[in-house]
Write a protein that binds this ligand. Structure first.
Ligand SMILES: Nc1ncnc2c1ncn2[C@@H]1O[C@H](COP(=O)(O)OP(=O)(O)OP(=O)(O)O)[C@@H](O)[C@H]1O
Length: 881
């Protein structure tokens, strides 16, 4: 081992305390990285890997980034999940002999970084801690940049965990070693997971409101320990932890967020094309974050939903006042994040001034609200106005209009804010006049008209006389001392000038120091108002989201939905808001939808590309929008309140998790079938197509039967298995609908209109033709299809003949019809057709007779008792025959 230089020793000693971080080690104008850190950083940042002591036996790998442009590099590394320790020089290298003292000033992690460049205005930056307590998952998460903090717990169910984590979308997840084993692979593949080690008592760390009960939760302790170990800062700005239960909101499985494109478009993975993007007419970053939260957590209390609707309604009605309000909202900065910066002592003078400007605009908005709208909020507007006036006056009286970014540069405070500061400033301000006077006086004394008094950084103030004037000049006579000789001039100082210079310099220095102290003081006074600021931010974000919903409804002609008590679902002329928004409004074909507690499974058929997915998705999206309190894209909307939504749409692989398309499909279906209730909405798009036709069809059919028998959830089920449409005969709640298309002159036209009944034809080959598959393939497919179709009809004929002229369809169809009517009334499996009528002894003629009698009797209209009596009499009459 070669002996390390003192600087490398210093590096290694600091690095040993930050093993899990990339250490950005400040050397002059660069941050340097060494050893493995350098190898990682050079690869990730695509910068050159060099070596220190290249000529020695063991050169040290090294790379670096310029200090002034480090932010971009840091952000890249954070986005890729690295932790970064920033180590600065704590002394002026020129002023010290030997090693400069260096210290780590901050540790940045993807979820705890507070700097502007590392955070996205429109999104929360949550750090999420997951823990396991008995058979519960406990989750605690916080956004240190805004102070929002939440806690929830639920049964140990990995699907629920995945859904909830995807909804939170944390920047990093913190777990202990033991919990790591339980975390589903899918989450490990998608999120940055950090292992948590140390645990200090919570009391030493937090200084915000926290109930004793939550304090005892190990997940809360672990979360704040993790944050504290990186921020090393008191967490005064963290808002009171909001505890919620998943059942307080509409629950959506993880595929809903993706399939209904709540956050991003499936095809582009961008915000554009998502429901969030469509709905976003907010004017502030705080509003934007709240809108996202409302999309993720639709309400289930009708009362709460209607309260929001009423507010949206007022904003819609008063559109002129709303326009004014929107204008005023534009001038409001991110008060939540400004408040957090104040609490973290990293707010600069510009931040404080932005806060002041925001408060002025908030004041205007709230006064406007009081004058023109009659909307009440959880926070009282008048008392909020009073509190914000206090903070506004504080800043307004203190900081100048255009302050510098740094509070070490002076010129921050208004004249009159502090007497001593004014005095110090007078000295430097008056210096100018003094110097002009002094120059004039020297010119008079020496008789040299071109004499100048000037200043430079190295020599301070000096008197300059040109060489041409020097011959007639006796410097000692005037007490001039030579300072510097130039080609054309000589520079002097005098005792008087030196003394004045010291006075000016020290006044300047003192005033900077005083401004710095005053700024720190102002910041800590503002710190006492953090809670008020956070309340103001919450109120403004709510106003912003509500006006945004009003703007959305007005611009797109949406309607206010109502909620049914009897499980009716009626949509008239409903549209898919995102699809509609990207095409001409008149090109979109609106559709109706009708369901009730008797008919609640819609089996949807239609050609590919006709609009089946769009139709089903629109019902899901409309339900979410309605339960957010928003208006919806339809002419009329009556909806049940859904407790949960499940979707299985399109192909999605979980290759990272090692699961095939079909496996994912079955898992998603399984979640829906086990968790859905009669108040849920299930959207299944072509379930079963990932396997053989018969397997797929069998699975699809049995799922539909299961939903009808056990779940009774509102279900939309699209399929290309036309055989399934026959279920309408036997499965009472199921009804067929189809999306229309027409074939004309060999061309296929999509009409996108949803109509009752099933389609008889798939048009698969016609759609393939539209996709411009080679003509030869299309023609061959047409031949194969007609061969298959004639083969199938021969098989059916043969089967009928084998049954000695008895139609199989009639037999099975008839049997199930009886079973259905009977079981619907008596709901006992043992009373099925076979046990009731001993099938062995019922021939086809008898079966048909039974069916006729049942239909004549109109069993379906009767009470269970009447039904039972009728069946008993039927049985006896059959026996007698
Ligand atoms: N109601 C509508 N009005 C106008 N255009 C529509 C409508 N519904 C769907 N479309 C258009 O048709 C395209 C295909 O729709 P969608 O994906 O819903 O078809 P699909 O029947 O589910 O197809 P596949 O069976 O191949 O999955 C959409 O991208 C949209 O452009």
């Amino acid at each position: 081992m070669t002996e390390q230089t003192p600087m490398m020793k210093q590096y290694l000693s600091i690095k040993s305390e930050y093993e899990d971080c990339l250490l950005f080690f400040r050397l002059g104008d660069f941050y340097e990285m060494f050893f493995d850190d350098a190898k990682i950083a050079s690869k990730e940042l695509e910068i050159t890997l060099t070596a220190r002591d290249a000529k020695k036996e063991n050169p040290i790998p090294m790379c670096g980034v310029p200090h002034h442009s480090a932010n971009g590099y840091i952000k890249t590394l954070l986005d890729r999940g690295y932790k970064i320790a920033i180590c600065e020089q704590m002394e002026d290298a020129k002023a010290v002999k030997g090693m400069v003292r260096r210290e780590v000033v901050k540790v940045l992690t993807p979820g705890t970084a507070m700097d502007d460049y590392a955070i996205d205005n429109d999104e929360h930056h949550y750090v999420l801690c997951i823990d396991m307590v008995k058979e519960y998952y406990t989750l605690a998460y916080v956004d240190v940049t805004t102070g929002d903090c939440y806690f929830t717990q639920f049964d140990q169910n990995n699907q629920t965990l995945i859904s909830e984590v995807m909804m939170i979308n944390p920047k990093e997840i913190v777990v202990s070693d033991s919990t790591l084993q339980l975390i589903p692979e899918m989450l490990k593949g998608q999120y940055i997971i950090q292992i948590h080690h140390q645990l200090n008592p919570l009391d030493d760390i937090v200084q915000f409101e926290i109930s004793d009960l939550l304090k005892q939760q190990s997940v809360v302790q672990k979360l704040f320990n993790y944050i504290y170990s990186h921020q090393r800062h008191s967490l005064t700005h963290i808002k009171e932890i909001e505890e919620y239960s998943l059942s307080k909101y509409m629950q959506m499985d993880s595929s809903v967020v993706m399939n209904l494109e709540l956050h991003e478009s499936i095809s582009t993975k961008k915000k554009k094309g998502s429901l969030f993007h469509l709905m976003d007419y907010t004017m502030t970053p705080m509003g934007r974050r709240l809108l996202k939260k409302w999309i993720d957590k639709p309400l289930i209390s009708q009362n709460d939903i209607e309260k929001r609707q009423m507010k949206v309604h007022q904003f819609i009605e008063q559109f002129i006042e709303r326009d004014e309000l929107r204008e005023m909202l534009t001038g409001i900065y991110d008060i939540d994040r400004l408040a957090s910066r104040i609490a973290f002592n990293n707010a600069n003078p510009k931040d404080i001034k932005q806060l002041e400007q925001s408060l002025l605009n908030v004041q205007n908005c709230l006064t406007w609200m009081l004058e023109h709208f009659n909307i009440s909020f959880n926070v009282d507007i008048e008392s909020t106005l009073q509190r914000l006036t206090d903070v506004f006056n504080l800043i307004d009286g203190a900081i100048v209009d255009n302050p510098p970014n740094q509070y070490t540069e002076g010129k921050l405070f208004n004249v009159g804010y502090d007497e001593s500061l004014d005095e110090l400033r007078d000295i430097s301000m008056n210096a100018e006049d003094w110097l002009l006077n002094y120059q004039q006086q020297q010119r008079n004394d020496t008789g040299i008209k071109s004499l100048k008094v000037n200043y430079n950084k190295v020599f301070g103030y000096y008197i300059e006389i040109s060489k041409a004037q020097l011959h007639s000049f006796d410097e000692s006579h005037f007490g001039y001392q030579r300072r510097q000789t130039l080609t054309n001039a000589e520079r002097f100082i005098t005792d008087e000038l030196k003394e004045k210079e010291q006075q000016i310099e020290s006044a300047k220095e003192k005033s900077h120091q005083l401004e710095y102290e005053l700024f720190i003081e102002l910041r800590s006074t503002l710190n006492e108002h953090i809670q008020s600021l956070q309340q103001i931010a919450l109120l403004m974000s709510e106003i912003d989201v509500l006006q945004s919903m009003a703007e959305l409804a007005s611009q797109h002609h949406y309607v206010r939905p109502t909620f049914s008590k009897d499980k009716t679902l009626t949509l008239r002329n409903a549209r898919h808001p995102i699809v509609e928004a990207v095409m001409n409004v008149e090109d979109y074909v609106p559709n109706d939808c009708n369901m009730n507690d008797q008919d609640y499974i819609a089996l949807l058929t239609g050609p590919n590309m006709s609009g089946k997915s769009t139709y089903m998705r629109q019902v899901g999206i409309i339900s979410i929008m309605a339960q957010m309190g928003s208006y919806v894209p339809a002419d009329e909307a009556v909806l049940p309140i859904f407790d949960k939504i499940f979707t299985r749409i399109g192909a999605s692989d979980d290759l990272a998790g090692g699961k095939s398309t079909f496996m994912v499909e079955m898992m998603e279906a399984s979640v829906a079938l086990t968790e859905a209730t009669e108040n849920s909405l299930i959207i299944f798009d072509e379930i079963g197509r990932g396997t053989s036709t018969y397997d797929g069809m069998a699975l699809a059919k049995s799922m539909l039967e299961y939903i009808a028998k056990h779940i009774h959830a509102k279900t939309f089920f699209s399929t290309h298995y036309h055989e399934l449409t026959e279920l309408e005969e036997s499965l009472k709640p199921l009804f067929n609908i189809h999306v229309t298309a027409k074939q004309q002159n060999g061309h296929l036209f999509f009409l996108h209109k949803v109509m009752p009944g099933a389609v008889k034809k798939s048009y698969g080959i016609e759609v393939a033709k539209l996709a411009e598959l080679p003509n030869e393939v299309i023609q061959r497919a047409t031949t194969i299809l007609s061969e298959l179709e004639s083969q199938q009809s021969t098989n059916i004929q043969e089967a009928s003949q084998r049954q000695d002229g008895t139609s199989i369809e009639l037999r099975t169809g008839g049997q199930s019809k009886v079973e259905k009517h009977v079981s619907e009334k008596v709901d006992e499996e043992q009373l099925s057709f076979s046990t009731l009528f001993d099938t062995e002894q019922v021939d086809m003629t008898k079966a048909n007779k039974i069916i006729d009698m049942i239909e004549q009797f109109n069993l379906i209209e009767k009470t269970p008792l009447e039904a039972m009596n009728f069946i008993q009499s039927l049985k006896s009459s059959l026996k007698e025959e």
